[in-house]
Design a protein around this ligand. Structure first.
Ligand code: ATP
Length: 355
């Protein structure tokens, strides 16, 4: 197992700066996600790690080795891209064995390792089939076996599940995590699907316009986003603008048009007294109450309810504000739209953002 370090990496395409001095440390054996909207630089970073792009400046280290200028085939990375293109005229086993045939490996060893890789993705029994006789998910597994068979120093995955339907994506994402952990692989996984990242990442980086905004565990980034951009990119949220009355020891009191609210600040991104601040409230953190809470609430009415079975989404209206609120096992489905209710949020669940 090796760790991967990116130090002050800059990558330009002509005048366009795709990566703006990026630094990142990925621990050995970590399943690390690069996440962000289209064009933020995820693929450019992954391709720089693979060696397809040479950076203008900065370094990439695999363990202690500086690989910044090393050719792609000497980096020994396993890759799986969106278009995982298996060779249609080769069998599954031949597709997987190909990477090993390029190396100096004996025939017996090639056979053994090919079958081992196919078994690990549960495709051993399909070894002699041609790819066009496999489902999309099965082809994806073969592509993964092909990346694994060379025993890569790290595995680079670029939107590996984007060609699959929703059900298969769910199945394959836990499968990918299982395999990465079983092989003890340092894996860097690019996606724009936040659910994919939240559900299986050890840690993730959120990128925007060629910069890394925040790095953390799924829980850190979801619960303590550093900006409105991160809060709304990773999950859904509501924002209310206000002015900071008092901030101190990680918490802040903010005055808004709809009353005062206490919340938590994110270390490193604290607001100061008198500043404009934005309250971020996740829909599932807001509780609708019939009885007026002591503090941290908005008074209003339920304007609309959308029922999904296990969960209901409410639209709560308070003055000019509308909040999205979601509730498991919903209790206000038959609620009168005229009745006054209270939307309460615990201060621990309310994040005060400065940007
Ligand atoms: P997506 O989610 O759409 O794949 P991404 O985050 O992977 O996006 P990149 O492909 O890394 O984004 O692109 C980052 C920026 O660099 C974009 O503005 C893109 O247009 C530009 N870019 C990428 N590759 C090239 C290239 N070969 N030549 C010129 N510009 C490029």
């Amino acid at each position: 197992m090796i760790g991967v370090k990116v130090q002050d990496l800059v990558k330009k395409f002509g005048d366009m700066v795709a990566l703006k001095t990026i630094s990142l440390t990925i621990e050995p054996g970590e399943l690390f996600f690069l996440l962000g909207p289209s064009g933020c630089g995820k693929t450019t970073l992954l391709r720089s790690l693979a060696g397809f792009y040479l950076p203008e400046s900065g370094k990439i280290l695999f363990g202690d080795e500086d690989v910044s200028r090393l050719e792609p085939h000497k980096r020994n990375t396993g890759m799986m891209f969106q278009s995982y293109a298996l060779w249609p005229h080769k069998t599954v086993a031949q597709n997987v064995a190909f990477g090993l045939e390029q190396q100096n490996v004996s025939k017996a060893e090639i056979e053994r390792r090919t079958m081992e890789a196919l078994d690990s993705v549960q495709m051993g029994q399909y070894a002699e089939r041609k790819p066009n006789a496999l489902s999309g998910g099965q082809q994806q597994r073969v592509a993964l076996a092909r990346a694994l068979v060379i025993r890569p120093r790290c595995l680079l995955l670029d939107e590996p599940l984007s060609n699959l339907d929703a059900k298969l994506r769910l199945e394959m994402r836990t499968e990918i995590r299982r395999i990465c952990k079983e092989y003890k692989l340092t894996t860097i996984y690019v996606t724009h699907d936040q659910k994919e990242a939240l559900s299986i990442a050890d840690r993730m980086a959120v990128l925007k316009d060629g910069n890394i905004l925040q790095v953390g565990t799924p829980l850190d980034v979801y619960k303590r986003p550093m900006s409105r951009f991160v809060a709304s990119f990773i999950g859904e949220t509501n924002f209310i603008e206000g002015k900071v009355v008092r901030s101190d020891a990680g918490t802040a009191l903010v005055k808004t048009e709809r009353g005062e609210f206490s919340g938590v600040m994110v270390p490193g991104y604290e607001v100061k007294d008198g500043q404009t601040a934005y309250l971020s409230m996740r829909p599932e953190c807001i509780k609708i109450e019939d009885i007026k809470p002591e503090d941290n609430y908005l008074e209003g009415k339920i304007e609309d309810v959308i029922y999904y079975g296990e969960v209901a989404h409410y639209v709560f209206k308070s003055g000019d504000f509308r909040l999205k609120i979601s509730e498991l096992n919903p209790k206000y489905l038959t609620h009168s739209k005229d009745k006054t209710v209270y939307a309460y949020i615990h201060p621990e669940d309310l994040v005060v953002l400065k940007d």
